[in-house]
Design a binder for this molecule. Structure first.
Ligand code: GLP
Length: 260
């Protein structure tokens, strides 16, 4: 697990944007794994600017969202289908036919989850999975005690997660109680993962995910098993890490050929 600590959230966004842009430049048909929430927004805005400037071609990029609320129609402004369309597909000029979001309104939710897994496999798997992390350590919507080998499935949202996401809704009671999420096993199948975290609110989750025991109590800790996991953090999100000096030293001495 590579941990990169930067001075500000803006620098986190810039470096992460460079990483994703580099992935697309190396493989124009790259399959991206998309996260929602505030953390990855700087990436999407940064990539959109590069597309506008003609510096990045995304017409053959394919993408799979991590999760979706259950019971929110796709046209609801806070459905992840709408968020992904609004923040990624349209600004980045992706082909909407190549962008997938789990179906949270399917009659057969279990069947839809299996089809989603099959679609990821049919695309050849995710090349780079973008992740945020919840204050309770969830990645995607894999709440604490999620199986470390879980697949795409229905999940009950933790009260804290609903409270944290209420800022996007008119009323806290409007936040759905259930979701469909790629599993931890599904996320771990990605060739590479890139997790962003900014702010003090994420410090405890980051400390558990990076330096705590691998445990379903902190779903993000499963990334300790991933062969190519990069975490880009601002100072506040890194403040509870005990090996900060080592991470800084490692990044400062990173050979140029390994830099992105
Ligand atoms: C939601 C999403 C996660 C995201 C998390 C943190 O629960 N399902 O994918 O990582 O929120 O969001 P934020 O980046 O807004 O703190």
């Amino acid at each position: 697990m590579e941990v990169i600590i930067l001075a500000s959230a803006a620098e986190v966004g810039q470096l992460a944007t460079r990483k994703v842009a580099r992935t697309i430049q190396h493989k124009p048909t790259a399959v991206l794994g998309l996260a929602t929430g505030s953390s990855p927004q700087a990436i999407y805005a940064g990539l959109a600017a590069q597309v506008r400037d003609g510096a990045l071609v995304t017409s053959d990029v394919r993408a799979f969202a991590l999760d979706e609320y259950v019971g929110l129609p796709a046209e609801h402004p806070q459905s992840y289908a709408s968020v992904i369309r609004r923040e990624v597909t349209e600004p980045l000029g992706l082909n909407p036919a190549h962008v997938f979001v789990p179906d949270g309104c399917a009659n057969d939710l279990e069947g839809a989850c299996q089809q989603y897994e099959a679609a990821i496999d049919a695309a050849g798997g995710v090349d780079l999975q973008i992740l945020g992390i919840g204050a309770n350590g969830h990645i995607g919507f894999n709440e604490p005690t999620s199986s470390l080998s879980s697949r795409t499935r229905l999940k009950t949202l933790a009260l804290q997660t609903r409270a944290d996401n209420a800022r996007f809704f008119d009323h806290p009671d409007d936040v759905p109680t259930h979701c469909v999420t790629q599993g931890l096993g599904t996320i771990m199948d990605a060739s590479e993962v890139l997790l962003l975290a900014q702010g003090t609110a994420k410090a405890a989750a980051i400390a558990s995910a990076v330096e705590g025991p691998v445990s379903a109590r902190c779903p993000g800790s499963v990334l300790q098993f991933h062969r190519r996991a990069t975490l880009i953090l601002d100072e506040a999100a890194a403040e509870q890490l005990t090996l900060r000096d080592y991470y800084r030293h490692t990044y400062a001495n990173k050979p140029d050929w390994q830099r992105f």
